[in-house]
Design a binder for this molecule. Structure first.
Ligand code: ADP
Ligand code: MG
Length: 284
């Protein structure tokens, strides 16, 4: 068994609403579930053990996620196990993926982007303060907590610690993982630290402001070629109305030298976050 400490008898504790599917992962289904004793409604990730290549990897995800306690990271409340599944009981997010919201609009505008990016950097700074590198930051992995709220009033929550790793002391990580659009150049060179997450955050911010990724091509291999060169632009039409402070924060995140790159904590006190924009008025 995976872990003798995990509780048993999921059906006794939870009413699983199999029809209320919230999402699919590579080896999992996420549905709505109600705690029979408390009435609390949760998100339940059911992982089929037979589909998990390495039980160790799932254990890693659980151990890291369990230790996270931050308003911008989905809480993991409990773990259950039966012969065929492992179940993760999580805080329920009702608003879907940030990815889908971004797909609906051309740009979030600076006000919306600022409200979202403040939460993205807060979640990343918290992970890094605990020595954890998420390694898969992307809009698919940020969920909207509230169902029908405008984006600038919504709580965002980070999910999926499936690729997360503790940073080795005085060392670096070497495995090439992640998603082409968001991956940092030093990850491709296989020697990186938590700064790789800040690069991905910069990619997310860029997408929020112009609707397209900074390193964009049809094939992954072509995307990666652009990433390695750090070749992107903020010259096209949409960028003309974006403030220079927003652009300077993106540049600080997409700094090629990861030792010179801004940290998530410093990003939170970047000038771009100092002002609360009057709607529609240019900032600079
Ligand atoms: P995997 O590790 O298999 O990729 P994820 O943890 O990414 O699984 O979850 C798969 C999908 O389920 C997510 O993309 C999301 O749409 C949905 N989901 C995951 N966690 C929650 C949650 N706490 N609340 C609502 N939906 C969720
Ligand atoms: Mg996922």
């Amino acid at each position: 068994d995976m872990n003798d400490g995990y509780e048993q008898n999921i059906e006794e504790r939870f009413d699983l609403d199999e029809k209320a599917k919230l999402g699919d992962g590579a080896f999992s289904v996420v549905t709505r579930a109600t705690n029979r004793a408390t009435g609390a409604v949760r998100a339940m990730k059911s992982v089929l053990k037979s589909r998990v290549q390495k039980v160790e990897a799932l254990k890693n995800e659980i151990d890291l996620a369990r230790d996270m306690d931050h308003p911008n990271i989905v809480r993991l409340y409990g773990i259950y196990e039966d012969p065929r599944h492992v179940y993760l009981v999580m805080e329920l997010c009702e608003g879907g993926e940030l990815f889908d919201r971004l797909s609906e609009v051309y740009s979030l505008g600076e006000k919306g982007a600022r409200a979202c990016m403040r939460q993205v950097f807060a979640s990343v700074a918290y992970c890094h303060s605990k020595g954890i590198v998420h390694r898969d930051l992307k809009p698919e992995n940020y969920l909207l907590y509230d169902k029908d709220k405008p984006l600038d009033q919504t709580l965002l929550k980070l999910i999926d610690f499936g690729l997360a790793k503790p940073l080795p002391e005085a060392g670096c990580l070497r495995t090439r993982v992640g998603t082409a659009y968001y991956v940092a150049p030093e990850v491709l060179a296989q020697a990186y630290t938590e700064a790789a997450d800040v690069w991905s955050s910069g990619v997310i911010m860029y997408i929020m402001l112009c609707g397209a990724p900074p390193f964009n091509a049809d094939k992954d291999s072509d995307i990666l070629r652009l990433v390695k060169k750090g070749q992107y632009s903020m010259e096209s039409g949409v960028w003309r109305t974006v403030s220079t402070t927003a652009k300077s924060l993106i540049k600080a995140c997409l700094e090629m030298d990861h030792k010179k790159r801004i940290t998530a904590q410093d990003a939170l006190s970047h000038e771009w976050f100092h002002r609360d924009e009057v709607d529609g008025a240019p900032l600079d």
